[in-house]
Design a protein around this ligand. Structure first.
Ligand code: ADP
Ligand code: MG
Length: 254
C-alpha cells in the first residue's frame, strides 16, 4: 500500500514544488513506483513534465464533479516508475466548491484509495495556503514534510502550520506524522544561514532532516527545460542532496 507524503508550508517560495518534483524523481530512480500529485492551482510541478495543452483533466474533475475516475488523471512521464497527477488553474475553484460540504476535507483521501495498490509512494505538492486543498492533502497523507527556507523569516508561519497539523491529528487523521523539516535554499557562505539552521534545530530537534538543500542554480533552471535535477544536472549538488533526502525519507517511513 502506498505511503502518502504531503509537502506543505503555507509560505510561497520555500521549495515545496522543487522538493516534491525532485524527491519524487529520486524515489522513482530507486525503483519505487512513485506518483507525484500536483494540488497547486499554479501547476508548477505539472508544467515541469507536460505542456499546458497536454493537460485536459485534473483533480478538479475527480474531486468536484466525480465524473472522472482518478485512474484517468494519472499520467505516465518519460521517466521509469514516475507518474504525475496534473493540476490546472481550475483547481483554484476547488476551495469554493468544497467549503461547507460535509465531506469536503475527505474528498482526496476517498479518491486516492484505488491508487494505493498501484504505487509505493505518493508525493503531494500543495499550494501556499492552509485552505481546504492543503487540508485535503493532510487528511489523505500519513506523513508531512515541511520545507523551510533558510532566510530571515524562516520560522514565521510555522506555528500556524503546526497548529493545523495538530488539529488534523486530533480529528480527521490521527495517523498523520511530521516526517521531517527540510532546510532549503541554504547558502553555506552566510552566517545568517548557519544561525537559521541552528534556530530551526532548536525548534524541531531530530525532526530536521540531516540532508540540507543548498542554493543551487541548477535546481532553479531544470523545470524550464522540462527536466528533473537528475536528468538536467546529475552531478550537481542539488541532485546529490535530493538523492540523499530520498534515502532519509525511505528510512523514516519504513
Ligand atoms: P514553493 O513551491 O514553495 O513556492 P519553489 O520550489 O517553487 O517553492 O521554489 C521557489 C523558487 O526558488 C523557484 O524559482 C525555484 O526554482 C527556486 N528554488 C527552489 N529551491 C532552490 C534551491 N535549492 N536553489 C536554488 N533555487 C531554488
Ligand atoms: Mg509551489
Amino acid at each position: 500500500m502506498a505511503t502518502v507524503i504531503a509537502v506543505a508550508n503555507q509560505k510561497g517560495g520555500v521549495g515545496k514544488t522543487t522538493t516534491a518534483i525532485n524527491l519524487a524523481a529520486a524515489l522513482a530512480q530507486r525503483k519505487k513506483r512513485t506518483l507525484l500529485m500536483d494540488l497547486d492551482p499554479q501547476a508548477n510541478s505539472t508544467l515541469t513534465f507536460f505542456n499546458p495543452d497536454e493537460i485536459t483533466q485534473s483533480m478538479y474533475d475527480v474531486l468536484v464533479d466525480h465524473k472522472v475516475a482518478i485512474s484517468e488523471v494519472v499520467k505516465p512521464t518519460r521517466w521509469a516508475n514516475l507518474c504525475v497527477v496534473p493540476s490546472k488553474i481550475a483547481l483554484a475553484k476547488l476551495e469554493a466548491q468544497l467549503v461547507g460540504q460535509f465531506d469536503g476535507p475527505f474528498r482526496l483521501k476517498d479518491a486516492l484509495a484505488p491508487l494505493k495498490k498501484e504505487f509505493d509512494l505518493i508525493v503531494i505538492d500543495t499550494p501556499p495556503a492552509l485552505g481546504i486543498i492543503t487540508v485535503n492533502a493532510l487528511v489523505a497523507a500519513s506523513f508531512l514534510i515541511i520545507p523551510i527556507q533558510a532566510s530571515f523569516y524562516a520560522l514565521e508561519g510555522t506555528d500556524d502550520l503546526l497548529e493545523t497539523l495538530e488539529r488534523i491529528r486530533a480529528r480527521p487523521n490521527p495517523e498523520l506524522q511530521l516526517l521531517g523539516v527540510l532546510i532549503t535554499l541554504y547558502d553555506k557562505r552566510t552566517n545568517l544561514a548557519r544561525d537559521i539552521y541552528r534556530q530551526v534545530r532548536q525548534v524541531f530537534g531530530d525532526k530536521v532532516f540531516k540532508t540540507v538543500i543548498g542554493k543551487n542554480v541548477r535546481l532553479e533552471e531544470s523545470p524550464a527545460y522540462k527536466e528533473t535535477i537528475f536528468s538536467f544536472a546529475p552531478d550537481s549538488s542539488g541532485a546529490l542532496e535530493y538523492a540523499n533526502l530520498a534515502k532519509e525519507v525511505l528510512q523514516r517511513v519504513s
